[in-house]
Design a protein around this ligand. Structure first.
Ligand code: HXC
Length: 528
């Protein structure tokens, strides 16, 4: 063969490669991509470009295609089999990513589509890299039959094995219907975008056929419903750009896997900074609300760029408890805090579920936990009791007790009864417990307590109201302060609120390298 012939063959091969690549890169074709844009959505490839650091994406499995032959599937080739898979970087950190391509046969999942996802999940787990999935799919590809369902099974299995090993983040940016929603549900964080995302097990048509109820996609499983009502989605953003940016921001607080600790990031805030205005935020009257976010903003590291200094998870679900990531002297921490502006900060079913999942995530990924407590108790009533507040509340006790990361509890104003325990006291393994001087620590609030323990005296009294007020005062003088608890070492110190930041930082830094053992077992049986 002459050198010229050799070159011609190679040029032809390269031309074929280019042509094949271009065909796959065109996704479902101009018309289908046009429809995607009309729906107000980016394409799968654009999403990956926006998610990752510029120019870092490497696609793998691009020539994968379905083995299905039924219903004309043998006559068509689905580009990339409806899912783009590969790896790249986010803020210079290695990540694996997949994005379902709705323009190619509705981003539906076939055996090969699933295998492509499973392949990168395996690589991510082996390499200790986070995985980010972008879902936009009509679910199981009907023409692929049980092969498609089997693919979901393999994904569910891998999500479960990877749980607590690598962070798994999902953005649902289109439909996610039927059993397919269980793939995101098995991951750690789900994001959605208002107006384009929806997730449900049975859609509006089935709801109408079975129950006769008329409901839109948006109302049933849109970004707001899936977060506020169902508590499935951890954040609903206004645009795809915002959503992908949020995922990048979230990742900044996380390690790449459970063997690492999160990267320490210096935002330039002083660890010794005191804050005289902190005490002004909190009214001395224990039943008067205030916004706990204000406290978080002032205590934790502040950013020089003026951006929010905490990243909230589930900001519109179970708003009586706040779960967010922030930084303390550069260390990434998970905050669990009451929000007295919502249900007085009482613990209810949803709050317990939200907090316990967050605690378990932080513990799995070596993120210290800071508890900011101002809790009147568990929410009373039949709705809560019959809904299972006992088992849901038990989850929090379980999660805190199981957690071996540094746990620091600061009671701001009150912690009564079971909720005192529920917010991580010494007994549940808190490394340090601080109180502000405003703190009331007791089995219950003074009013309820006095009415119970002085019932007989009150029944006999000439002026029961006067006596009750006296007894409330007496109870308050004994228990409605942090000193009795500090005398008995349930509290390590009562601190000046202005010094909250430096004291939390010192306590965190003392506990950061601690080791704690738990009994060897296959796994515990978490209350459900
Ligand atoms: C094969 C499908 C499909 C599916 C959509 N398509 N869903 N093809 N299997 N499951 C195809 C459509 O035929 C169409 O192809 C293209 O994808 C785009 O779909 P449209 O209907 O034109 O888009 P739109 O109007 O936006 O509606 C999107 C949709 C709707 C709401 C998702 O397509 C739909 O309801 N699909 C069925 C959803 C579903 O029930 N899936 C099964 C879920 S059960 P053309 O060629 O016309 O462009 C499941 C089991 C998992 O997933 C179990 C795990 C354990």
């Amino acid at each position: 063969m002459t050198a010229n012939e050799d070159k011609q063959i190679k040029d032809k091969l390269l031309a074929e490669l280019r042509e094949r690549r271009e065909k796959v890169e065109a996704m479902g074709g101009r018309e289908s991509v046009g429809k995607q844009r009309k729906r107000g959505k980016l394409t799968a490839r654009e999403r990956i470009e926006k998610l990752l650091d510029k120019g870092t994406f490497c696609e793998i499995g691009m020539f994968g295609t379905s083995r299905g032959t039924a219903f004309g599937m043998d006559k068509i080739q689905v580009p990339a089999d409806g899912v783009i898979t590969g790896y790249g970087k986010i803020d210079d950190r290695k990540v694996y990513v997949y994005a379902q391509d709705f323009t190619s046969i509705g981003g539906t999942l076939s055996e090969i589509h699933a295998q492509k996802i499973c392949n990168i999940m395996d690589s991510a787990a082996k390499g200790g890299c986070p995985i980010i999935g972008i879902n936009d799919s009509g679910g199981a590809r009907i023409q692929d039959g049980v092969d498609a369902l089997a693919g979901y099974g393999q994904m569910f299995f891998r999500h479960t094995l990877a749980s607590g090993v690598i962070p798994q983040i999902c953005a649902i940016l289109g439909p996610s219907a039927g059993g397919a929603v269980y793939s995101p549900a098995l991951m750690d964080f789900i994001f959605m975008v208002k107006g384009i995302s929806y997730a449900y097990v049975t859609g509006p048509n089935v709801v109408k056929a079975v129950l006769g109820e008329e409901i839109s996609h948006e109302e049933l499983g849109g970004a707001i419903a899936a977060q506020r009502k169902a508590g499935v989605v951890c954040r609903s953003e206004n645009s795809e750009e915002e959503c992908l940016q949020s995922i990048r921001e979230l990742l900044g607080y996380l390690p790449s896997n459970n063997r690492e600790t999160p990267k320490r990031v210096d935002w330039g805030d002083e660890p010794t900074r005191t804050e005289a205005t902190l005490f002004d935020i909190v009214p001395a009257n224990p039943s008067k609300p205030y916004d706990m976010h204000k406290l978080i903003e002032r205590v934790f590291d502040q950013r020089q760029d003026g951006k929010k200094n905490y990243f909230e998870i589930f900001p519109i679900f179970a708003t009586n408890i706040i779960t967010c990531f922030a930084r303390l002297n550069g260390w990434s921490v998970g905050i669990i805090a009451q929000q007295p502006m919502s249900k007085a900060g009482a613990l209810d079913i949803d709050a317990c579920d939200k907090a316990s999942r967050f605690i378990r995530f932080c513990d799995a990924f070596n993120i210290p936990i800071i508890n900011l407590v101002d809790v009147p108790g568990y929410l009373p009533g039949t709705e809560q009791e019959w809904g299972g507040i006992i088992r849901h509340g038990a989850k929090m006790l379980f999660a805190y007790s199981e957690a071996t990361v540094p746990k620091i509890t600061l009671t701001i104003r009150k912690a009564y009864g079971g909720a005192y325990l529920g917010m991580c006291c010494k007994g549940l393994g808190a490394d340090t417990v601080f109180c502000w001087p405003t703190t009331e620590l007791a089995v219950m609030g003074p009013e309820g307590a006095a009415a119970i323990i002085f019932r007989k005296e009150l029944e006999k009294a000439d002026d029961p109201d006067k006596l009750l007020q006296e007894k409330i005062k007496e109870f308050r003088s004994i228990f409605a302060n942090p000193y009795r608890a500090a005398e008995h070492l349930h509290v390590d110190d009562v601190i000046d609120p202005a010094e909250t930041r430096p004291r939390l930082i010192k306590a965190l830094e003392m506990a950061i390298d601690k080791t704690e053992q738990r009994p060897k077992k296959k796994h515990g049986i978490i209350p459900t």
